[in-house]
Ligand binder design. Structure first.
Ligand SMILES: Cc1cc2nc3c(=O)[nH]c(=O)nc-3n(C[C@H](O)[C@H](O)[C@H](O)COP(=O)(O)OP(=O)(O)OC[C@H]3O[C@@H](n4cnc5c(N)ncnc54)[C@H](O)[C@@H]3O)c2cc1C
Length: 497
């Protein structure tokens, strides 16, 4: 046994070198080995638990690519810093215990998450560790550290506004300063000597997400995509520089954030934040610097406001745990008649509901892995409230497709839109009204539903209002060129009022 302490840094969804508590702690050891494990349970078809269970693909190829790129980028940064990143593709409990054993690790540092699956994996890893190796989880994924909140997480209010007001008004509640990049000690000799294999990046076909032997083959190629969304800390930091400093878009964020078209109506930080390529505290510090150097206004405040929404859902999951994944939600609503209508669900997934604003958004998601916040609210409300399809099937579809999927943000927002979550009111989106408000010229629906391109905007949002003769005249016959609506939208609102 050597006197030098050996640490593993088990990188999870914190794929960055800057402002990383777990890595910074691990780097204080005499030897430190960073490790990333591709967990086979995270890929392929999985059962959604409970009595009304259903199968869905847990990670689609787009997010898998984002993960693979982020891991590759991290490995490069660590190698540049004189360290490395060992890779494995197996059960994390087996992989971490095997590697801990091989390097005779004293301690494993990792990020701590509030969501049940992530918690369960961590505890399995803890149980499998060789005797004498301890696990030290560190919290680092939120803007505010839970210990700095003005209330214990069990008492975080279930609605956002009181939570925000408590946080904003508490005198000592501030985001912590981001940590710099730690100096990294050498890697354990087992890796340096070649006794332990550093491992290689799996291909899409190894993970079972696509029949392709390299990641470029699963890159989104649709030129209508808002951004290419390349994974990795380097690209995440670049996006912050680009959005905040070079393109100076933060100053109008509050006015543009409900947009639908283009790279800059909102920050698009979410994929990097959720995989930990970007620290929310780093983003916050950049916003503060921008406020000092350029302008401090409603828009600069509002980006922090949205990051607080992100925190809110994380703390909600810390408080309520798996209750959030139940169909009845944290409001325990037993009085909603959900249907198991797969015809409606399939039409919704394909972007073939005949409601253009819903279809355009779903087609964007399918083609690119991204959808705006305004779009997400509307398609979720449509499926859950107008169609009354079990909202968890919609949320699970988002889980597969979204490049920025996060369990707390996704299921929390879905439950919220479906009237079972963090909102006491039974609010829902009036899809056509919102379409006309946020897509007044119908440019967005026409981009994703080209069959509607020759319609005047008001009809592009409600093509079912055209008579058969008008349909002929505009070259869009419903049922041939574009689907008939799958439900009577007006009648469906009647049931909600
Ligand atoms: C049904 C539904 C599902 C969603 N699923 C996810 C998800 O899986 N992952 C995810 O990150 N966001 C999710 N959101 C929230 C929101 O739509 C995205 O965070 C946002 O669209 C990402 O784009 P942006 O980075 O440009 O956001 P910006 O408008 O630039 O906001 C900045 C950051 O604030 C955070 N944020 C903003 N709005 C929310 C919100 N409502 N809830 C939580 N965080 C927020 C995000 O981290 C975002 O990157 C969902 C919203 C809905 C309605």
């Amino acid at each position: 046994m050597s006197d030098i302490e050996t640490a593993l840094w088990w990188a999870r969804r914190d794929l960055r070198v800057h402002d990383n508590y777990a890595l910074t702690h691990a780097a204080r050891a005499g030897e430190c080995l960073p490790v990333y494990v591709f967990d086979p349970e995270t890929y392929g078809e999985r059962e959604y638990g409970g009595p009304a269970s259903f199968a869905f693909e847990k990670t689609g190829a787009r997010r898998a690519r984002f993960v693979a790129e982020s891991v590759a980028d991290l490995r490069e940064s660590l190698r540049d810093a004189g360290s490395d990143l060992a890779l494995a593709h197996e059960d994390p409990a087996r992989a971490i215990s095997r590697i801990a054993d091989a390097v005779d690790a004293d301690v494993v540092y990792c990020e701590r998450y509030p969501t049940p699956e992530e918690h369960a994996v961590r505890e399995r890893v803890r149980e499998a560790l060789p005797e004498g190796t301890r696990l030290e989880p560190r919290w680092g994924s939120t803007l505010y550290h839970p210990e700095d909140l003005p209330m214990p997480v069990e008492d975080v209010p279930d609605t956002f506004t009181p939570f925000r007001q408590d946080v904003e008004h508490a005198p000592d509640c501030e985001p912590r300063d981001p940590l710099g990049e730690p100096g990294l000690p050498g890697v354990p000799s087992a890796l340096a000597d070649g006794d332990l294999d550093a491992g290689t990046l799996p291909d899409p076909s190894d993970l079972g997400v696509a029949d392709a032997s390299d990641w470029d083959a699963v890159a989104p190629t649709d030129e209508r995509a808002v951004l290419p969304f390349d994974g990795g800390e380097s690209r995440g930091l670049e996006r912050v520089r680009e959005y905040v400093w070079q393109r100076d878009r933060l100053r109008q964020y509050k006015d543009t954030r409900n947009g639908l078209l283009g790279a800059d109506y909102s920050s698009k930080f979410s994929p990097w934040l959720n995989l930990g390529c970007l620290s929310p505290r780093y983003v916050h510090r950049e916003v503060q610097a921008y406020e000092r150097e350029r302008v401090s206004n409603d828009s600069t405040y509002w980006l922090g406001f949205e990051l607080l929404w992100r925190d809110f859902f994380q703390f909600q999951f810390a408080k309520h745990g798996s209750q959030h994944f139940r169909r009845e939600g944290i409001r325990e609503r037993e009085n909603i008649q959900w249907t198991g209508n797969d015809r409606l669900l399939d039409a919704w997934k394909r972007g073939e509901t005949g409601i253009p604003f819903v279809d355009a958004n779903m087609r964007e998601l399918n083609a690119t892995g991204f959808m705006s916040n305004r779009g997400r609210q509307n398609v979720a409300s449509f499926l859950a409230n107008n169609c009354r399809v079990d909202w968890r099937k919609g949320a699970a579809y988002f889980e597969t497709r979204l490049v920025d999927y996060d369990p707390a943000a996704n299921y929390g927002n879905w439950a919220y839109q479906s009237q079972v979550g963090n909102d006491g009111r039974d609010s829902y989106c009036n899809v056509v009204k919102q379409a006309k408000q946020y897509d007044a010229d119908a440019d967005y629906v026409k981009r994703w539903c080209p069959a509607l391109r020759d319609l005047p905007p008001e009809y592009a949002h409600e093509p079912w209002k055209l008579t058969p003769d008008e349909q002929e005249a505009h070259g869009v016959v419903l049922g041939e060129d574009y689907p008939e609506p799958v439900i009577n939208l007006d009648a469906s609102y009647g049931k909600l009022r």
